[in-house]
Design a protein around this ligand. Structure first.
Ligand code: OAD
Length: 250
């Protein structure tokens, strides 16, 4: 099937659907200049996740981990939402159309997405490493650069950490429950994700098992390509605007 045929199939299903969920990954922000993790030139091809994105790495060397997050913050602060973020933001103005994201970059928020479920947290939020009773669960801090060596919890003075999910940590149960509920939909689109990190990757199979028509938008084949009903082999910044035009929304 060509990308154009796949796109037409997706459009037909979306035109008739009232409950639509789009799961996004790093590839949706790639056209904005945000590096992916596992794509060509991805972050995990240059750095080891175990050195930078685990609670053990932070306990060992918080300064190093914060340097890496500082670098990512600075890079992302210079990026703007792209056409994919804009279309998704417009779609979520309709009840029943929801975005679940693995991205910590905030570009969906800056594009105006309503009803956004953020599975892996935000790069612009901090939390107390000690999880002290006096501090909020997380607080917003958009400074670039943050004062190094490391920012601290204003309540207890212990070290603050990025309020993101690291390898080996559990997702916020409320967000995960909402995402599972959102996977009960008529059309489920996995866009810009390699579909290898769970539990996010499991949402697609859950949606399929519940009867959703499943679509993948990704220029490369992924772990999920053989299981979805329709593969649109294009960049998200191309596919979403094209689908939107065909839906007659523009
Ligand atoms: P990955 O880096 O694993 O996958 C990005 C996907 O985007 C790849 O399959 C690319 O082919 C695809 N891609 C590249 N450019 C694209 C474009 N223009 N349009 C659409 N797709 C494109 O990123 P994720 O699947 O998001 O976790 O990674 C999942 C999690 O692993 C991340 O949230 C992060 C990481 O470790 C945490 O930080 C907890």
């Amino acid at each position: 099937m060509t990308a154009a045929d796949a796109l037409s199939r997706a459009v037909d299903r979306l035109a008739a659907a009232r409950r639509v969920t789009i799961l996004t990954g790093a590839g949706v922000s790639a056209a904005s200049g945000v590096p992916t993790f596992r794509g060509a030139d991805g972050l995990w091809r240059r750095y080891r996740a175990t050195d930078l994105a685990t609670p053990e790495a932070f306990a060992r060397d918080p300064g190093l981990v914060w340097e890496w997050y500082q670098w990512r913050r600075a890079r992302i602060a210079a990026c703007q939402p792209n056409a994919a973020h804009a279309v998704l933001a417009a779609w979520t103005q309709q009840d029943g159309w929801r975005v679940v994201t693995q991205n910590v970059d905030d570009l969906h928020v800056r594009a105006g997405t309503r009803d956004l479920i953020r599975l892996h947290g935000s790069l612009w939020e901090l939390s107390c490493r000690a999880n002290c009773a006096a501090s909020p669960r997380s607080w917003r801090d958009e400074r670039v650069p943050l004062p190094l060596p490391v920012p601290i919890c204003p309540a207890c003075g212990d070290i603050a950490r990025p309020a993101v999910v690291w390898f080996g940590e559990s997702l916020d149960p409320r967000g995960l429950t909402e995402a599972i509920e959102a996977s009960d939909c008529e059309v489920f689109i996995a866009a810009g994700t390699s579909s290898v990190v769970h539990p996010a990757a499991g949402l697609l199979m859950r949606a399929k098992a519940a009867g959703a028509f499943t679509v993948e938008i990704n220029p490369e084949a992924t772990a999920a390509s053989n299981t979805v009903d329709c593969v649109v082999q294009q960049g998200a910044e191309v596919a979403f605007p094209e689908i939107d035009v065909r839906l007659g929304r523009r």
